[in-house]
Structures are given as structure tokens and as C-alpha cells.
Design a protein around this ligand. Structure first.
Ligand SMILES: *Cc1c(COP(=O)(O)O)cnc(C)c1O
Length: 453
């Protein structure tokens, strides 16, 4: 088979290798990189994953996309180093499970992508003796995962923008207490403003000399590692090679979901993806009405990492299903909607329902969820309500719990009146000094800051 190339969803810049896509982040025409074909794994290989460690599965999946761009022994070592923590699956009732993606250093699922991407970027930079400035916008958890993934590396500087009033104290401290090569900007604006600022910087010719790269969910280097835990879940739970699974994925920028879609296209037996959003319901509305409208400004919900009015990965999903969407969210060519709807369905969950779900899950099953995972769990049950035939003791489902409940102590306390115990990675933050730069929502101020560094 010919070599995988990565092309832009806007179709106006040349195709590149994995390495070039990883280093560039975004394509020059403002599109997102996507592989020209998705490698498939045989049933035997996938079934064989039940005998493997997480990092071994990661190595196999990622190696199929890289096709030797990182020599196999090196890639294996990177995967082993990146994935040195547990990925627990918790049975709730019948064959309905929660996958806890919160055992990494920042207690969020973003660690899975960031740690592997960081190691791959460092591998290529070292080889070329190059430096790089990583710019990233965060609504809370990406920033700390990126910061931790790149912290202390000599050839990489990181600048993180976050919306001043939209992240929790703990999320902020995870970024501002690191120092060294990690700089943090508190922007007087919303997450969408942070994201727009970063996108503008990438397109700015005056900044090209800075060797900018992105580490947001727009980087293909994040998506491929995110397909691995879907294989992991299935390998741990499937009872035979054709056992089909329903995944419920709490979604904001749809990077997590894109990982799942890649896994399905690689051959993982997936019955359906349930896309669960908060009140930013542009995608559920699109699935129902066929018309896509971004939400500006995005709505502020308690599942704050999903306050996204236009998911950056939507263009990739539309492309994978045969359509085209530009970076502003205009659909230039309709995708195969029937196929899209066959593979996935979408539900929006209100804050009120999110709180109610946290309460009910705890009271009925002793299941502790935080707001993002609760949106996923509720989304699954909304799906059951619409499709009762799936609600049977044989159907295997996995809902992704994307953060540790202790990251949302006020919310959990007000709903359940308990204080979730902090994982070790978070318990030392309160004693450390914070460092950040306050900034108005003004691109020139941001540009000046970058040029002065
Ligand atoms: C980022 C994030 C999400 C949303 O993930 P996307 O890939 O943007 O869809 C969900 N939950 C948590 C805790 C997050 O940090």
C-alpha cells in the first residue's frame, strides 16, 4: 500500500508527511491535516490486544499511522515512557462501563494525547537540532496537559492562553505553578477569543520567524494517540471478536471523538458513538435539522472544558464523511449524512440535567462522576430513551470519564456534599507560587508580547 499522506481539509495546500503535519500543527491554508487513508488492523491483531499492555497497544496503533517515520524501537520506547499510568474500567450496571481517563499527571484525558505528542515532537526536534514555540489556547484542561507534557524540555517553549474567568482555581494552578519553559496568559475574554487569537498568530507573517506550532486538538499528533483508549476499552471488555460497543463521548472540540472515529475506521467493532455535548448544542442541532450554525459567544456551562461554539474538529469529521467545511464552519460540500448518522448520534445535556445525573449516579450506583463525564453518562441514557432496543443486558457500552472529580470540588460538594479525594498529582498545587501575565482581549497586545520574548 502507498504511503499515508496528510492533506488539508481546505484542499489548498500540499500534502505532507506525518512529521511535517505534527510540527506545523495547522495547514498553511488554515485547514486541518487528515490522513489520505486510514490504515486497518486485522481482527486477529485487534483481538490480540486483550493480551497486551496499554503502551503496547499504543505503539501498534500509532506505528500504523507513522509507517516508519519514527523507527519502531524508538516509537516503542516513547509509548512506554508516555503511558506509565492505569486506565481503569468501572462496571456500573449490566455491561455499561465507565472508562476513567484521569490517572495521568494532570488528571484529565488530555494527558493521553499530550504526553505522546510531546515526545514525538521532541524526537523530531532533537534530530534536527531545532527549537520551537508552542502556542495553545485552553478552556482549562488542554493547557495543563500540554504544559506538563512539555515541561522542562530544552528545545521547546510553551505559551498558554486561558479565559481568565472560565477555568477553575485548580486548573489555573496546574499551569501557572510550573514556570521554566512554560508561560501563561490570563486573557480578558472567552475560550473562543483565546482560540481566535492563537489562530491569528499562526496566520501572521510577522511571527513566522518564531517557529510557532500548536498543540491544540487541531494537531494530528494529538488525535492518533486518542484512538488508542478505544481499542483498550474494547480489548478489556469484548466477549468475542464481533462484540460491538457503544461509546458515549463528552465532547467540546471533538478531538476525543475523532480518536474514536479513527479507531472505528481502523476496524474496531463500534456499534455507535453517542456524542454528548453541554448546552453548546450546535452539533446535536445539526444532526437533527441538517443545518449547522456556530454558537457565538459560546455558552458557559459547568462542564467548562466543553464550552465550544464551533468544534475545531468538525471540519475533519465532515471531510472523513465525504464533505467539506471551511474553518468558519460553512459547509461547502455536504457529507454523506446517512453514513454519518449511522455511525453516530448527538445529544445536548443541560447543566440542570448534568447536576441531576451526578446525584442519581452517586445515589443509585455509588458512581462518582464530574460534570463532563456526567454529560456523557446522561447522553448514553438519552440515547437509550430514544432507542430502547439497545437497552438490554447484552449491549456493551463505555462512557468516557474525561477528568478526575476532584478537579471540580465546589460543584461536587454542592451536589453530593462530599469532598472527593485529590489524586497525588493535584494535591501539592496549593503550596506553589503562581506566575502569569494578564492581557486584554486585543491581538496587538498578544503579538507584542510574543515578539518581545
Ligand atoms: C477537553 C475536555 C473535553 C472535551 O474534549 P474534546 O476533545 O475537546 O471534545 C471533555 N472533558 C474534559 C475534562 C476536557 O478537558
Amino acid at each position: 500500500m502507498s504511503k499515508i499522506e496528510y492533506y488539508s481539509t481546505n484542499h489548498c495546500s500540499p500534502s505532507v508527511s506525518f512529521r511535517e503535519a505534527l510540527i506545523a500543527g495547522q495547514a498553511p491554508d488554515k485547514g486541518l491535516y487528515i490522513p489520505n487513508y486510514i490504515p486497518t488492523l486485522s481482527k486477529d491483531v485487534i483481538w490480540g490486544f486483550s493480551e497486551k499492555n496499554y503502551f503496547e497497544i499504543a505503539y501498534t496503533v500509532i506505528n500504523n499511522f507513522l509507517q516508519g517515520e519514527i523507527p519502531e524501537a524508538d516509537l516503542f520506547a516513547l509509548a512506554k515512557d508516555a503511558y506509565n499510568f492505569d486506565v481503569p474500567l468501572e462496571q456500573v450496571y449490566d455491561r455499561n462501563y465507565i472508562m476513567r481517563l484521569d490517572r495521568g499527571p494532570t488528571a484529565s484525558f488530555k494527558d493521553f494525547a499530550a504526553r505522546m505528542m510531546g515526545r514525538m515532537i521532541q524526537y523530531f526536534l532533537k534530530k534536527d537540532n531545532r527549537k520551537m514555540l508552542i502556542l495553545t489556547a485552553t478552556s482549562g484542561d488542554t493547557g495543563s496537559a500540554i504544559a506538563n507534557a512539555f515541561y522542562g524540555l530544552d528545545n521547546i517553549e510553551v505559551v498558554i492562553l486561558f479565559p481568565k474567568t472560565e477555568v477553575t482555581d485548580r486548573q489555573r494552578k496546574q499551569m501557572t505553578t510550573l514556570h521554566k519553559n512554560i508561560s501563561v496568559i490570563a486573557l480578558d475574554g472567552k475560550f473562543d477569543d483565546c482560540q481566535a487569537m492563537v489562530k491569528k498568530a499562526f496566520a501572521d507573517k510577522d511571527l513566522q520567524k518564531l517557529d510557532l506550532s500548536s498543540a491544540n486538538s487541531i494537531n494530528i499528533g494529538r488525535l492518533i494517540p486518542q484512538s488508542v483508549y478505544y481499542f483498550w476499552a474494547w480489548s478489556q471488555l469484548a466477549s468475542n471478536a464481533d462484540d460491538k460497543i457503544i461509546f458515549s463521548v463528552p465532547s467540546g472540540n471533538f478531538g476525543d471523538l475523532m480518536g474514536g472515529i479513527l479507531a472505528k475506521h481502523m476496524g474496531l467493532p463500534v456499534e455507535k458513538f453517542v456524542i454528548a455535548t453541554n448546552e453548546n448544542d450546535e452539533v446535536p442541532v445539526y444532526f437533527r435539522s441538517g443545518s449547522y450554525k456556530t454558537i457565538e459567544p459560546s455558552r458557559n456551562c459547568i462542564s467548562s472544558a466543553m464550552n465550544v461554539g464551533h468544534p475545531s474538529n468538525m471540519a475533519r469529521i465532515i471531510t472523513l464523511y465525504g464533505g467539506q467545511m471551511d474553518e468558519k464552519g460553512n459547509i461547502l460540500k455536504e457529507p454523506d449524512v446517512a453514513k454519518l448518522k449511522n455511525d453516530m448520534t448527538a445529544f445536548s445535556v443541560t447543566d440542570e440535567a448534568t447536576r441531576q445525573t451526578i446525584r442519581e449516579a452517586y445515589n443509585s450506583y455509588n458512581l462518582l462522576l464530574e460534570p463532563h463525564g456526567a454529560v456523557g453518562w446522561k447522553g448514553l441514557h438519552d440515547f437509550y430513551a430514544e432507542n430502547p432496543s439497545y437497552k438490554n443486558p447484552y449491549q456493551l457500552t463505555v462512557t468516557l470519564e474525561t477528568a478526575h472529580p476532584a478537579k471540580f470540588p465546589q460543584e461536587i460538594k454542592s451536589i453530593l456534599n462530599i469532598e472527593p479525594e485529590l489524586p497525588a498529582s493535584l494535591s501539592q498545587l496549593d503550596n506553589k507560587t503562581e506566575e502569569m501575565t494578564d492581557m486584554p482581549n486585543n491581538y496587538e497586545a498578544f503579538k507584542t508580547y510574543l515578539l518581545k520574548r
